[in-house]
Design a protein around this ligand. Structure first.
Ligand SMILES: C[S@@+](CC[C@H](N)C(=O)[O-])C[C@H]1O[C@@H](n2cnc3c(N)ncnc32)[C@H](O)[C@@H]1O
Length: 325
């Protein structure tokens, strides 16, 4: 591969444009001629044709005769809702795509520069744009598929767990799966008000709504106390060390004296954590090695008690509150 191939941005942008214009859905519904595709998607015919021809040259879509397009295995992927959410330039897909333009500033300063493009930081931007926030929640929750409910390393430990608090639990997809798998357990979902407001359907669909309490609050404020298990899935990697420590401290306070905290995602057991560049540009977050996490947790009042993997492969780090001296 040469440098020009490596740095060519045209293909990723063309894919985003095709996804945003729902070209795959239109073809699947029978609009195959570029004139029809342009009319149905509100695009300029010749410009769209050029984009599609480029994508055909890269193996996405087929041009079966001049100006007539068909799906192939790769472009059929664009029919998947999570893929569409991740690529649609009008929603969270656009936030992720455009934030790469801030990478140089992020690298120079060590802080996210998302505000340079969107006028405010990532979370404030979601506050200001409910549609984008809704697409983010959809991508995080249903978009990531059915979560693995095996959140404790040793299944026998469920004996002592009757209440689970999902901290930053999004729209409740993980909590719903845990409660479905454990009929004796009650759960509390903690997330921002706009996200918690979208959780009702998820709990209803899972048939667990009668065992759930929702709490719309920041996880930087004191958390519901005395839970047996606090879950943090894909939360800590969204934050720099100071904020990640503050969240862990809230979990430690709430879990004291005998609860536990299960961290799912964002901690790598080996020497190297993933670079997580998207986290760098969006929110200034990062993945951590186990040693880095252990130190952060200790400063927050938690000790790592076990490390394992879910059947789906994700690393679980279990922590216990440290005794106060
Ligand atoms: C990457 S998502 C992970 C969601 C969920 N745990 C999952 O794995 O699908 C991060 C979550 O943190 C929530 N969040 C961000 N800032 C928050 C805050 N200050 N207080 C509570 N939740 C917050 C977001 O709303 C979002 O649901």
């Amino acid at each position: 591969m040469d440098l020009w191939e490596l740095t060519d941005l045209s293909t990723p942008w063309c894919v985003h444009v095709a996804a945003t214009l729902r070209i795959a859905d239109l073809i699947a519904a029978g609009s195959m001629q570029v004139d029809q595709l342009a009319a149905a998607s509100g695009a300029d015919r010749d410009s769209l044709h050029r984009v599609l021809r480029h994508l055909v040259s890269k193996g996405l879509f087929e041009e079966t005769s001049p100006g007539r397009f068909a799906l192939n295995e790769v472009s059929r992927g664009l029919l998947d809702e999570p893929v569409r959410l991740g690529l649609d330039l009008n929603g969270i897909g656009g936030r992720m795509a455009h934030s790469w333009g801030t990478l140089l500033s992020a690298v120079r300063t060590g802080r996210p520069a998302y505000h340079e493009v969107f006028g405010r930081g990532f979370w404030e931007d979601l506050d200001a744009h409910p549609d984008v926030a809704a697409s983010f929640d959809a991508l995080m929750g249903p978009g990531h598929g059915v979560p693995d409910s095996h959140v404790l390393i040793d299944p026998a430990d469920w004996e002592s767990v009757k209440t689970v608090v999902d901290v930053g639990g999004g729209t409740g997809t993980l909590l719903a799966e845990v409660l479905r798998a454990r009929p004796e357990v009650h759960g509390t979902l903690v997330d921002l008000p706009r996200t918690v407001a979208r959780s009702g359907e998820v709990f209803q669909a899972a048939g667990v709504a009668d065992r759930v309490t929702t709490v719309a609050q920041s996880f930087f404020d004191p958390l519901p106390a005395a839970g047996d298990l606090y879950m943090l899935k894909n939360v800590l990697a969204d934050w720099p060390d100071q904020e990640a420590k503050a969240i862990l401290r809230r979990c430690a306070e709430a879990a004291r004296p005998s609860g536990r905290v299960a961290v799912l995602g964002g901690v790598a057991p080996g020497e190297d954590a993933s670079p997580e560049l998207l986290m760098m540009v969006l929110v200034g977050g990062k993945a951590r090695t186990l040693d880095q996490f252990r130190e952060l947790a200790r400063e927050a009042g938690l000790g790592v008690s076990a490390v394992g993997r879910q059947p789906s492969g994700r690393v679980i780090v279990e922590c216990r509150p440290l005794l106060m001296s």
